[in-house]
Ligand binder design. Structure first.
Ligand code: MTE
Ligand code: HPA
Ligand code: MOS
Length: 752
């Protein structure tokens, strides 16, 4: 089935926040962000800004009727600064004016005086200063300390990954409309409508039942709108509530890049030990997460780093500790993979270091240590592994022997171009790591003409979840997808939603749709059974026709609905789903946090130009574990998009903050993302088809985040190409691998 949005997307008719018609009399907002990264506010002078014609009002924290607080996990994030600022761009005031241009002009006329305080941007320094967001956490399996004693090969090192800008095509924004009796409706470009509703209720000091949050679709979220869409919506809500006028704010690209958090950068220390057979026996790792100025989602991101610290490998003795370090940067946040990629990069670096030191191919170590079913993860869950199946299938169908021979031949013939190859196995846990978040609801209405309308907690952000919801209902009812309409995500129709995140949206909401449809179907079957004088079990609906004991009757789906209405049965249902079997005990750091894992293997080949340091990605060949994909077109799109986004993070996307905590890479001219010229020349994707996972909707495993981690393979393929040119290259384990870094790596044999 094609993506149901493809038609309106292609014609430019899909409705994003900025396409919503604005009411007459609407006002426009703009945030004034702190010009300094840390300090005490001694004076805030709004007079010049207020004097501008068209400025309606400027809000500060003093105007907030309720709590000045939007922290999602811990309450450490004010909506607007009170006496201190903690990062450059931290909201201090919200200007509202009759036009967007006037609001922007007024922001420039605000004067502030700040007594500077020391600025910390380095997580290791923050840790040294005792500046942690939450207490450190340690996952432990076996006894790594003693296990090192029996290891033949022991290596230590540092591995670092930089942040990543989400660069959703649609920037952050919201539009709030006041309504009678102190209620408010807000259109928000958010992955978490309930988060917006809850925080707005706290800030305005009104109950949640007065706040309707409505989301049509997002022009991308990638985690950046899981929590960080909230503030903009609350600003609009606050102003609309107090002014009794609709208020809109949609950020321009530079505001968005400057004021929002990104993927958490990490710097990590590891020690790895292997026995004489190259089995990994012990692994110790300390992760220093750069959280930014407040918690946001960083504590949850940190947790997922620990869950994925051993990637696809079985390691019997693990001690993994993670520190969430408070710095004077914008609060970093969820980004596709949610800390998993950061953890996986470190063990891949450790394995690469061992391989390079022993003069062998990393894939020899990787393959020997792949998880098998029955292996225990460091957090106690037992693996049902497809790691070997993916690896073996990839090696076979992509003919790895020939590929290696070609690369060896190329490298021996060419002095100034070198090729490199890498394997990247992945293993990603599906479920929110916070067990209570693994629930969802759906509201299904069947109208008397037989057409169906569905609301769920799922937010469509390009990942195709709405198409999958239509497929679920169409399959259960056995009616045409054209009969089914998915409504906007709305807190008045579906309450208490988890954000659309953790790759779990289709599973959670799809199961809720499935439950609701099955309940309606059961009632309909009973109606038909009465009419045909048989049991409900004898009734089947197939392609909009009613079957009695497998014989087609005269009755159509529409007739049956009409009959159900006359018999006064409910043609609506609210389905609720909670993933069974999940538990996690944080006091022991053990449990069964994931419904299942997604596995896969990517084989990447690259060519570097050893004069210029530039490179091309020749091919990425992937075997991905889809279970039984319910939509191969959408799932393929997710794999290709995730892969390219991961390659961007690992190669060209370079976030730069200066020592003052100012974002230097603050525009598309200074922050480079993959374009058509930098994507792999070929991407081959093979489906590993399995039937095991009943917790995946229709056994179709989650696909949103896992492919991002295939991009890590590009980093190591580039390393291998550099080493083919200069075996003594001193290049460190620090991503991204920009052409500049490649060039230094080619010609420097010590510590680049
Ligand atoms: N694909 C598109 N086109 N746009 C997005 O914003 N977000 C990713 C992934 N794929 C995203 C995307 C992220 S971070 C997640 S968690 C999942 O989609 C969320 O959707 P799912 O749970 O339906 O997979
Ligand atoms: N993934 C994504 N988002 C989340 C998670 C998670 O595991 N937990 C809380 N928010
Ligand atoms: Mo995705 S990072 O869980 O929104």
């Amino acid at each position: 089935m094609k993506n149901i949005d493809s038609f309106t997307h292609t014609r430019g008719e899909s409705v994003y926040l900025d396409d919503i018609p604005v009411l007459v009399g609407s006002l426009y907002g703009a945030v004034y962000g702190s010009p300094l990264a840390h300090g005490k506010i001694t004076k805030l002078d709004l007079s010049e800004a207020l004097a501008l014609e068209g400025v309606v009002r400027i809000f500060t924290y003093q105007d907030i009727p309720g709590k000045n607080q939007i922290g999602g996990i811990i309450p450490d994030e004010p909506l607007m600064a009170e006496d201190e600022v903690h990062f450059n761009g931290m909201p201090v005031a919200f200007v509202v004016a009759s036009t967007k241009e006037i609001a922007d002009a007024a922001v420039k006329k605000i004067n502030i005086e700040i007594d500077p305080l020391p600025i910390v941007t380095d997580p290791r320094l923050a840790k040294k200063n005792g500046s942690l967001i939450v207490p450190p956490r340690t996952f432990k399996l076996g006894d790594s300390e003693n296990a090192f004693a029996s290891c033949k090969h022991i290596y230590e090192g540092i591995a670092e990954t930089n942040g990543q800008e989400h660069l959703y095509i649609e920037t952050q924004g919201a539009y709030a409309i006041p309504s009678e009796n102190n209620s408010i409706k807000v259109y928000s470009s958010t992955q978490g409508p309930t988060a917006v509703q809850r925080h707005m209720a706290d800030v305005l000091a009104i109950p949640m039942h007065r706040i309707e949050v409505d989301v049509t679709r997002l022009g991308g979220g990638f985690g950046g709108k899981e929590d960080q869409a909230t503030s903009w919506a609350v600003f609009c809500g606050l102003a609309a509530f107090l002014l009794k006028k609709p208020v809109k704010y949609s950020l321009n690209r530079m505001e968005d890049m400057r004021m929002t958090g990104k993927r958490n950068p990490y710097t990590s220390d590891y020690k790895i030990g292997l026995d004489e057979n190259l089995k990994i026996k012990a692994y110790e790792v300390s992760f220093y997460q750069n959280a930014g100025a407040s918690a946001d989602l960083s504590p949850a991101v940190l947790e997922r780093t620990l869950f994925h610290s051993t990637n696809s490998y079985f390691v019997p003795n693990v001690t993994a500790t993670a520190y969430s370090c408070r710095t004077n940067l914008p609060p970093n946040t969820a980004f596709r993979g949610f800390g998993g990629p950061q953890g996986m990069f470190v063990i891949e670096s450790a394995i690469a270091k061992v391989a390079e030191s022993l003069g062998i191919d990393a894939s020899v170590i990787q393959e020997k240590n792949l998880l098998v079913t029955g292996d225990e993860f460091s957090y106690g869950q037992i693996a049902e592994s497809e790691a070997g199946a993916c690896w073996n299938k990839a090696s076979a169908i992509f003919d790895i022997e020939t590929l290696r021979k070609e690369i060896t031949a190329f490298n021996s013939k060419n002095d100034l171009f070198k090729k490199g190859l890498s394997f990247m196995p992945i293993c990603f846990g599906i479920s929110f790591t916070k067990t209570p978040m693994n629930q969802a609801r759906a509201l299904v209405h069947v109208y008397t003409d037989g057409s169906v309308n569905i609301s769920t907690g799922a937010v469509e952000m390009g990942q195709g979840v709405n198409t999958k919801m239509v497929q679920v209902a169409a399959t259960i009812f056995s009616i045409s997808p054209d009969q089914i309409k998915i409504s906007t995500t709305n807190t008045f129709r579906v309450a208490n939603t988890s954000p659309s995140a953790a790759s779990a949206t289709a599973d959670l909401n799809g199961k809720a749709v499935q439950i609701a449809c099955n309940n309606i179907l059961q009632r309909l079957k009973e109606v038909a059974a009465t009419k045909f004088n048989c049991s409900a079990d004898d009734i089947k609906i197939e392609n909009e026709k009613v079957f009695v004991n497998n014989q087609s009757s005269e009755m159509t789906w529409k007739d049956l609905i009409g009959e159900g209405y006359l018999k006064r049965i409910s043609l609506s249902e609210h389905g609720h789903y909670a993933t069974p079997g999940l538990h996690f005990d944080q006091s022991k750091e053990k449990g069964h946090p994931f419904a299942y894992h997604v596995y896969g293997t990517a084989i990447t080949t690259v060519t570097i130009d050893c004069v210029r340091g530039i490179y091309e990605i020749d091919s990425v060949k992937i075997v991905n574990d889809f279970g039984t994909s319910m939509n191969t077109i959408i799932d393929r799109g997710q794999i290709e998009g995730g892969l390219v986004q991961g390659i961007g993070w690992m190669t060209m996307e370079e976030i730069v903050y200066d020592a003052e905590g100012r974002l230097r890479s603050n525009a598309l001219s200074t922050y480079k993302v993959p374009d058509i010229y930098s994507v792999p020349k070929t991407i081959d994707l093979e489906f590993l088809n399995t039937q095991n996972d009943n917790l995946a909707i229709f056994k179709s495993k989650a696909v949103g985040e896992p492919p991002l981690m295939y991009g890590i393979g590009t980093y190591f393929a580039l390393r291998n190409a550099i080493k083919a040119f200069n075996p003594n290259s001193g290049i460190g384990y620090s991503a991204p691998m920009t052409p500049e870094k490649v060039l230094l790596g080619l010609y420097h044999s010590k510590n680049v």
